[in-house]
Design a protein around this ligand. Structure first.
Ligand code: NAG
Ligand code: NAG
Ligand code: NAG
Ligand code: NAG
Ligand code: NAG
Ligand code: NAG
Ligand code: NAG
Length: 804
C-alpha cells in the first residue's frame, strides 16, 4: 500500500512537471492558472525496474518560464517542497540574482509554504534569465537538503517596435539606370528576441514622391523585404525631369504584421551628359570697329539641359568657317555658358567689312550614349566691320624739297603729298610759313612758290627754309596730320667771277720779277665759284705770242711775259671763268704797266726815266728836278733835327708810309689831324712859341677819358667848312682858302688861332716859310710843262701847275 501511494504521488508529480514544461507556449491566462505547481527538487529518483537505488542526486529541474510584463504581482511562480520532513517543520530559502543580488527584488519565497513569489514586473530586454539557489532547512537552521538551483526564463513578448537605424537615408542613382539597378540598402533593428517573430522584420515602400512633386507618378523603386536593398523598378529616371525622389519606408516585425515604424529615403539622380548644348538661335548679329582689338563684341547663347556648372553643362565653342585669318575668338563665360566673341587680330574695313562665322558648340565632356543622337548644334554669327576715320598721312614727312635759287613765283614745288586711307577728300593748310614762301592749294595740296626763291631771306638756316603744313580729312570727326617742309635753296651760278690784280707793275724782262698776280672773286658760293680759270683771250694772237697766264692755285694766276716788250701800259683781255654748271665766263681788260726792273726784280720807274736815253729832258728841267730833290732832302734833315730836339719821335706816318717814297710827303700835308689832343699824329708842342709858357697838365688824366677842355673860350656856333673836295683841281685854291677862312672864324676849334701859331717858325730856323702852297708867289712864273712828260704818276701835279 505504501508502495502504491508512493508510486501514485510520483505519477502526479510528473504529470504536473510535464504540464508545466509544456505550458511555455500557452497564453498568459493559462500560465496563471497553472502557476500553482509544486516542485520536489530534492526527491530521490528511482530509475528502472531492477530496483537499483541510485545515489542521492538533485533533480535536473527544467527551467521555469515566466512571461515578461506580468502586471499581477505578487504572483506565485512555483512551490518547492521537501518531502523528508513534515510540513511546517521545514524552512525554505532562496538566494541569488533577482533575490538578494542585482537585480534585487524580483523574487521572494514564503518560508513556510515554499512558494516562490514574483514581486516585480519582468522585462526580457533587460533580464532574460535568473538562476536562483534554493535551500531547505529545518527549523533550527540545519540544511535538510543540498541547495538546488532554479532557472527562471523570462518569456519574450512583442513589446518593442522595430526602428530604422537612420531617420533619413540618402542614396544616389544615375539617370537612365536600367530596372533592377541596386540603389542603396536601408536597415532597421528590433529589441525583441531575434529568435522569435517579435524580431522578424519586413521592409516595404509605402510612398514615393518625386522632387519636385508630381513629375513622375509611377513607382520607380522597390525594396527587398528581408534585406532592405532598394533597387530601381522602372525606366524613365530623368534628371532633367526630377531631381530625385522622397520614398517613405516602413518596417514591421512579426514578418510584417507586427509593430511598424517609418522612415524616408531620399534618392537623388546623378546627371549623365545626355543633352547636347543647343544654340538659342541660328543667327547672331554683331558689329565691331575696325583697327581695334576688343575683348567683347557680343555674346552667343546656348541651352543645355544637363546639370549646370558641371562638365556636362559647360560648352566649348569652335569657329568652323568664315574666319580664315583668325581674327576672332570665342571663349566661354563660365557662369552663364555664353560665348563671348572677341577680336584678336585687327580688322580692316577697307579690305573686308563683313564676316560670317560658323560656330559649333559641344560639351566639355563627351555625350552619353544614352542621350539622343543629334549632330552638334551650330549657328551663324554675322559681324559687320564699321569704318573708322583713319587720319590722313603725308607720303613724306618731313617733306624735303630742293629748289634752285631764283625760281620765280608760281614754280611747282611739290604735289600729291598726302593720302587718306579712307579715301576721303583732304583739306590742306599752311600752319607756319614765316616768309610767305608757299602757296598751298587747299584742295589738291599742290605747293607752289608764292614768290621768288632767293637766298637772302632771313628765315634761312644754312640755305634751308622751314615751314609747317597740315592736312585734314573731311570725316565727321576730322583727323589731322602735320608735316614740316624743308626747302633747300640750291645755289645757282648767277654771277661771273670778278678779277682784281694785286699789282699793276711788272718787269719788262721775263727773267725778272714774279709777274703780275691776278685774282678773282665770285659772289656765288661753291660749287659755282672757285676754282677759277684764267686764260688770255686768243682773239689777238699778238698777245698770246708775248704773254702767258699760268695758274698758281684755285683763285690766283700769274701773268708773265714770254719775251721782253716795250715798257708802258698794256691792256690785256683776260677770259675769267668759274667752275659752276654752267660755267660763267667774262672777258676782262687788265691794265698792266710794264716797267724796267733792277736785278732784284723791283720796278725802277724814276731812275729808268732819268737814265733812259730816249727821254730827251732839258738840262734845266733836270736841274730843277735835282734841286727839288735836294730841297726835299733838306726838309727831311730839318724834320729829323727837330725830332732830335723833342722828347717824342715824329711818327713815320707824318711824312709818309715809306721813308723812301718821297712823293707821298706832299700828299700828307692834306692831313689835318685831331688837334692838340691827337698827340699820336702831331706833337703840337713843336709848333708852339717856346717863349709862351703853357703849363703842362698838373694831373695825369685817367686812360680812356677825354680831358675836360678848359681853354674853350666861347661857345659860339661854328661856321660851315667846305667839306667836299672839289672835283676840278683848279678849284683847289678856293677850297683851301675857304677852309682857312672858316678855321679863322671858328671860335671853338683849337688851336684857337692857328694862324698865330703857324707863323712862328722857331728861333734861328734855317728853313724857309712853310706857309701854304697858295702863299708862294715866285713859282707862278715858272714853266711846269715838263711834268707832263714824267709819266702818269705826275699827271695830277702837272695839271695843278698847268694853270699858273
Ligand atoms: C501625377 O499626379 C498628379 C496628381 O494626381 C497629377 O497632377 C500629375 O499630372 C501626375 N503627373 C504625371 C506625370 O502624370
Ligand atoms: C520626405 O517625405 C517625408 C514624409 O512625407 C517628409 O517628412 C520629409 O520631410 C520629406 N523629405 C524631403 C527632403 O522632402
Ligand atoms: C535647338 O534649338 C532650336 C531653336 O533654337 C530648336 O528648333 C531645335 O529643335 C533645338 N534642337 C534640339 C536638339 O533641342
Ligand atoms: C711782241 O714782241 C715782239 C718782239 O719780241 C715785238 O716786236 C712786238 O711788237 C710785240 N707785240 C706787242 C703787241 O707788244
Ligand atoms: C693762292 O696764291 C696766292 C698767291 O700766292 C696766295 O696769296 C693765296 O693765299 C693762295 N690761295 C690759296 C687758297 O692757297
Ligand atoms: C685801264 O686803262 C684805261 C685807259 O687806258 C682806263 O680807261 C681803264 O679804266 C683802266 N682800267 C682799269 C681797271 O684801271
Ligand atoms: C510571510 C508569509 O506571507 N507567510 C504566509 C505563508 O503562507 C501561510 C499560509 O497560506 C500564511 O498564513 C502566511 O502568512
Amino acid at each position: 500500500m505504501k508502495m502504491y501511494s508512493k508510486e501514485f504521488a510520483m505519477f502526479l508529480l510528473l504529470v504536473a512537471v510535464f504540464y508545466q514544461v509544456g505550458s511555455t507556449s500557452v497564453t498568459e491566462q493559462q500560465a496563471e492558472e497553472d502557476s500553482a505547481e509544486v516542485l520536489f527538487p530534492w526527491r530521490q529518483k528511482t530509475v528502472g525496474s531492477s530496483g537499483l537505488q541510485r545515489a542521492k542526486r538533485a533533480w535536473v529541474i527544467p527551467p521555469i518560464n515566466i512571461p515578461e510584463n506580468t502586471k499581477q504581482i505578487p504572483k506565485n511562480v512555483v512551490q518547492i517542497k521537501s518531502d523528508t520532513l513534515e510540513p511546517g517543520k521545514v524552512l525554505y530559502k532562496i538566494q541569488g540574482p533577482g533575490v538578494d543580488e542585482d537585480p534585487k527584488g524580483f523574487f521572494e519565497i514564503n518560508e513556510t509554504t515554499g512558494w516562490v513569489i514574483l514581486m516585480n514586473v519582468l522585462d526580457r530586454e533587460t533580464h532574460s534569465k535568473f538562476k536562483i539557489k534554493a535551500y531547505a532547512l529545518d527549523l533550527s537552521g540545519k540544511p535538510m537538503e543540498d541547495p538546488t538551483e532554479l532557472e527562471i526564463h523570462v518569456v519574450d513578448q512583442n513589446d518593442n517596435r522595430p526602428a530604422f537605424v537612420q531617420e533619413e537615408f540618402t542614396g544616389r542613382v544615375h539617370e537612365n539606370s536600367k530596372p533592377g539597378t541596386s540603389v542603396m540598402q536601408v536597415e532597421a533593428t528590433d529589441a525583441d528576441d531575434i529568435e522569435t517573430d517579435n524580431a522578424a522584420l519586413a521592409y516595404s515602400i509605402i510612398g514615393q514622391e518625386s522632387i519636385p512633386p508630381f513629375r513622375i507618378n509611377k513607382t520607380m523603386f522597390g525594396i527587398d523585404e528581408l534585406t532592405g536593398i532598394i533597387s530601381t523598378r522602372d525606366v524613365g529616371l530623368d534628371r532633367e525631369e526630377v531631381e530625385g525622389f522622397n520614398i517613405t519606408l516602413q518596417v514591421a516585425d512579426m514578418s510584417g504584421s507586427g509593430l511598424t515604424s517609418y522612415s524616408s529615403a531620399l534618392i537623388y539622380i546623378n546627371d549623365v551628359n545626355d543633352n547636347a548644348p543647343n544654340f538659342t538661335s541660328e543667327m547672331f548679329q554683331m558689329s565691331v570697329m575696325e583697327n581695334k582689338v576688343q575683348a567683347d563684341i557680343g555674346r552667343i547663347t546656348v541651352t543645355d539641359e544637363d546639370e549646370p556648372q558641371t562638365e556636362n553643362w559647360w560648352v566649348k565653342y569652335t569657329i568652323t568657317a568664315g574666319d580664315p585669318e583668325g581674327n576672332f575668338d570665342i571663349r566661354r563665360d563660365d557662369a552663364t555658358n555664353e560665348g563671348i566673341v572677341s577680336v584678336v587680330k585687327l580688322l580692316d574695313y577697307e579690305s573686308l567689312n563683313y564676316y560670317e562665322l560658323v560656330v559649333m558648340v559641344e560639351n566639355e565632356s563627351p555625350l552619353s550614349l544614352m542621350g539622343p543622337k543629334t549632330p552638334p548644334s551650330s549657328a551663324t554669327v554675322t559681324i559687320n566691320v564699321l569704318n573708322q576715320n583713319e587720319p590722313p598721312g603725308f607720303r613724306q614727312s618731313p617733306l624735303r624739297l630742293s629748289v634752285p635759287e631764283g625760281s620765280p613765283a608760281g614754280t611747282l614745288l611739290a604735289s600729291n603729298i598726302a593720302l587718306d586711307p579712307d579715301r576721303q577728300a583732304l583739306r590742306y593748310d599752311v600752319e607756319y610759313d614765316p616768309d610767305q614762301w608757299l602757296f598751298l592749294d587747299d584742295e589738291s595740296g599742290e605747293i607752289t612758290a608764292n614768290k621768288e626763291i632767293t637766298k637772302n631771306s632771313r628765315f634761312l638756316t644754312k640755305d634751308v627754309y622751314m615751314a609747317v603744313i597740315t592736312v585734314e580729312d573731311t570725316g565727321d570727326y576730322p583727323s589731322t596730320a602735320t608735316a614740316t617742309v624743308y626747302i633747300t635753296v640750291l645755289e645757282v651760278n648767277d654771277f661771273a667771277p670778278e678779277p682784281f690784280s694785286l699789282s699793276k707793275f711788272m718787269c719788262n724782262d721775263p727773267e725778272k720779277g714774279s709777274g703780275l698776280v691776278l685774282s678773282a672773286t665770285d659772289k656765288d658760293q661753291p660749287p659755282h665759284s672757285a676754282p677759277f680759270l684764267f686764260s688770255l683771250d686768243d682773239s689777238e694772237p699778238e698777245n698770246i705770242r708775248n704773254w702767258t697766264l699760268h695758274r698758281i692755285n684755285d683763285t690766283h694766276a700769274a701773268l708773265r711775259l714770254l719775251s721782253a716788250v716795250v715798257e708802258g701800259e698794256y691792256v690785256l683781255p683776260v677770259v675769267l671763268s668759274d667752275s659752276g654748271t654752267p660755267a660763267l665766263a667774262e672777258i676782262h681788260m687788265v691794265n698792266v704797266t710794264v716797267c724796267h726792273c733792277n736785278n732784284e726784280g723791283d720796278c725802277q720807274p724814276i731812275l729808268a726815266a732819268i737814265f733812259s736815253a730816249g727821254m730827251g729832258l732839258s738840262l734845266g728841267a733836270l736841274l730843277i728836278i735835282l734841286g727839288s730833290i735836294v730841297l726835299l732832302l733838306l726838309l727831311l734833315l730839318i724834320m729829323a733835327a727837330v725830332e732830335q730836339c723833342r722828347r717824342r719821335p715824329i711818327r713815320k706816318g707824318m711824312l709818309g708810309i715809306s721813308d723812301d717814297d718821297i712823293r707821298d710827303n706832299i700828299l700828307n700835308y692834306d692831313e689835318q689831324g685831331g688837334g692838340e689832343e691827337d698827340e699820336n699824329a702831331y706833337n703840337m708842342d713843336q709848333l708852339r712859341n717856346p717863349n709862351e709858357i703853357i703849363p703842362p697838365p698838373t694831373t695825369a688824366m685817367p686812360r680812356g677819358k677825354q680831358p675836360v677842355r678848359k681853354d674853350t673860350p666861347y661857345n659860339y656856333p661854328s661856321p660851315s667848312y667846305p667839306r667836299k673836295t672839289p672835283a676840278d683841281p683848279i678849284d683847289i685854291e678856293d677850297f683851301i682858302n675857304d677852309g682857312l677862312d672858316a678855321a679863322d672864324k671858328d671860335p671853338n676849334v683849337p688851336p684857337y688861332d692857328t694862324a698865330l701859331i703857324y707863323d712862328f717858325e722857331g728861333d734861328g730856323s734855317l728853313a724857309g716859310s712853310l706857309s701854304s702852297i697858295a702863299s708862294g708867289s715866285s713859282d707862278g712864273d715858272q714853266d711846269y710843262d715838263y711834268l707832263n712828260s714824267w709819266g702818269p704818276r705826275f699827271n695830277k701835279l702837272a695839271n695843278l701847275y698847268d694853270k699858273h
